[in-house]
Structure formats: structure tokens, C-alpha cells
Write a protein that binds this ligand. Sequence first.
Ligand SMILES: *Cc1c(COP(=O)(O)O)cnc(C)c1O
Length: 394
Amino acid sequence: MSNTNGIGWISEEIARLKENGLYNTIRTIESPMDAWVTIDGRKMLNFCANNYLGLTNHPRMRKAAQREIDKYGIGPGAVRSIAGTMSLHVELEKRLAEFKHAEACITFQSGFAANIATIPALVSRGDIIFSDELNHASIIDGCRLSRAKIVRVNHCDVDDLRKKIKETTEYNKRIIITDGVFSMDGDIAPLDKICDVAEEHGIPLMVDDAHGEGVLGKGGRGIVDHFDLHGRVQIEIGTLSKAFGVVGGLVSGDKSIVEWLHQRGRPFLFSSAMTIPDVAACIEAVNILEESNELVDKLWKNGNYFKDSMQEMGFDVGQSTTPIVPVMLGEAPLAQKFSERLFEENLFAMSIVFPTVPRGKARIRVMNSAAHSQDDLDKALEIFKNIGKELGVI
Ligand SMILES: *Cc1c(COP(=O)(O)O)cnc(C)c1O
């Protein structure tokens, strides 16, 4: 290597990513996040965001953030366990626990941080984690950090879970961890059945409901509410960064676990608290969700309309049972071409290819939102139809 500072390998790796079509090009959004966004000066119809309920730019949440900034300023100036716990944080946690009918709740800076905090606090070397093979990267990282043994369970396969639990005879503590909604396919973990297995064996159950928070359950109360498993799932991870439209993470469930995370959740102890505008906006989001199911109902109505219409046109929309619609295209170049053509027609929806999904399962992932109007949906469907025909997909 010709370089002398030891980091020449990075440019070589980046060049390789570009050669293999794996380089992340970062799009810059020049407007608020909404049903329509501005990119490169162009107004684009947005089907890319996790903004399920259209709360990212909600007037009441903007106002709540502004109001609390005037009262409390911007930053907490400390980690939660030293001086960073403000009355707003405590209020948000109380409100979230009530909203979700959970015993207790603790918030983190993100859903990612919530997983990194929780898993190593509950298991360590000599312990066993039963983890769905398609679990999110932050669960995988949390599992690795814990140093516990990771047993991969076939995707949503309750019999495989049962079998692997029986096969594993040497352990100290055990835990079962699964995503709630799997974001690439939009399928939902069979949490009721997983919960039965967990109870048969006396193993605690942790579900990461990032894509179900604000989406599943009555009025968006999440996957535990969806399956009516209140009091039976010890740990429910959630995010405030998707349907809630802000940024942050939460753990709700058993109160001893929340209390333990105050003592041992490393991002709680060693990384500063959520900021005031974030917390204030999240409290307002809870207010909005508690007042009415309107946004959640609209999200599902939009998602079902989009999915049904795509199916009628002849698209393969996979196995989704949520407002996430994977438009299955097969090979990566077709998915990338499709996404580029959508972009040219002012529709923003990303292609998702290997290694995020298996080879041969490339797709466009359509993220529906309550923010979309009927006209937005019909416009998008028309664009999909035209490009689908042009590229010989339908
Ligand atoms: C998005 C996501 C996260 C991360 O949430 P952030 O709040 O964005 O950090 C964690 N787990 C799952 C399953 C997710 O989909």
C-alpha cells in the first residue's frame, strides 16, 4: 500500500463498494418530512419514510416542542443517572406506560440504544439467547455485546424455537428475543405462540416492536396489545423514531426490569438523555394517540388500499400483513432500475437488495403513511402501473 497513515484501505474498500453496486448514496431532504418532500429541488411523493402516522411535522408536536424549549431550554446537559433526568422525561415514561397498559417504562436516546442497553443488562457469558434469524441489526449487536451464546431460530418458526430450546441443555439464564414486525417483509411474529413456548419453559420474552409501535394494537398501542398479551411479555422494546415521528427508544413491561435498566442500562448511565424538544414532542404524540384512533385507522386504510390495488394490477406484494408493502422484483438490477424510474417520475421509494434481503428477493419497499391523501395513493399507483408495464413486471 502506498499510503503512510494506515487508512488507505478505507478508500480501497469504498471503491469496491461502488464497483459492486453496494455503495450507499445518501439522499438529502430539503423540506420537512411529510407525504411530499423536496429532493434536489424537486417535489417528490414520499413512500420511503417510517413516518407511519404523519407525525414528523405535526403542528401540535411542533408547538409542544417550542413551548417546552421556552420553559426548559434544549439539552439535558447530563446522562440520566447523574443530572439528566428532567420532569419531562419522567412524565413521558409515565404516559407511555399508561398508554401501553404496561407496568413501567424507561426511555432511551433511540430504539438502537434501547436494544444495546437491555440485552447486555439481562444476559451475559454462559447464558443463552434464542434469536429469530431475521432480527434487526441492533438486536444482533446487543446480543454480541452481551457475550451470551446466540442460538439462531428459523424465521417465525415456533416448532424450531421449541426444538432448539430442548436441545440446549447447558446454560445459566435464557431469553427469547424477536422482532415484532419484520420491516423488510411486513410480516408479524406469532407472538402469542412464542409467548406460550416461553411460558412452558419459564424463559423471559423480549419483543422489539419498532415497526409496530403506533401501528399495531388498539390505537397504536403496540404488538403486546395486538395479541392481548399484557403482563405476559416481560420486555417490549419500542421506538419513538418511526410512527411517533420524533427520535428515541423505550422499554416497557415488567417494573423490575425497568428498575434494573436504571442501574445497568449502559446508554442510560453513559450517554446523555433525550433532548427537551424530543421529549415534549413525544408527550404530545401520546396525547394525540390517546385522543383518537383516526391516524392509526387511516394508516391501515391507506396500506390496505395500496396493497390490494397493487395486487389487482398483478404485482407480487409478498406476505405483508402490515402497511409495509414489499413489491417483489427478484434480481437486484431490476429493483434498482425500477427505483430509478420511480425517482424520475417524482416518486421516492427505495429498492432493497442483498445483503439486506436474500439474493433473488430484491424489491421496492413501499412505506405507507396516514399522511398520504387518496390522491397521493392514486398518483403513486398510476406511476407503479406505468413503470411496471414499461419494465415488463406486470
Ligand atoms: C428501526 C428499528 C430500530 C432502531 O430504532 P431507532 O429508534 O431508529 O434507533 C430497532 N429495532 C428495530 C426492529 C427497528 O426496525
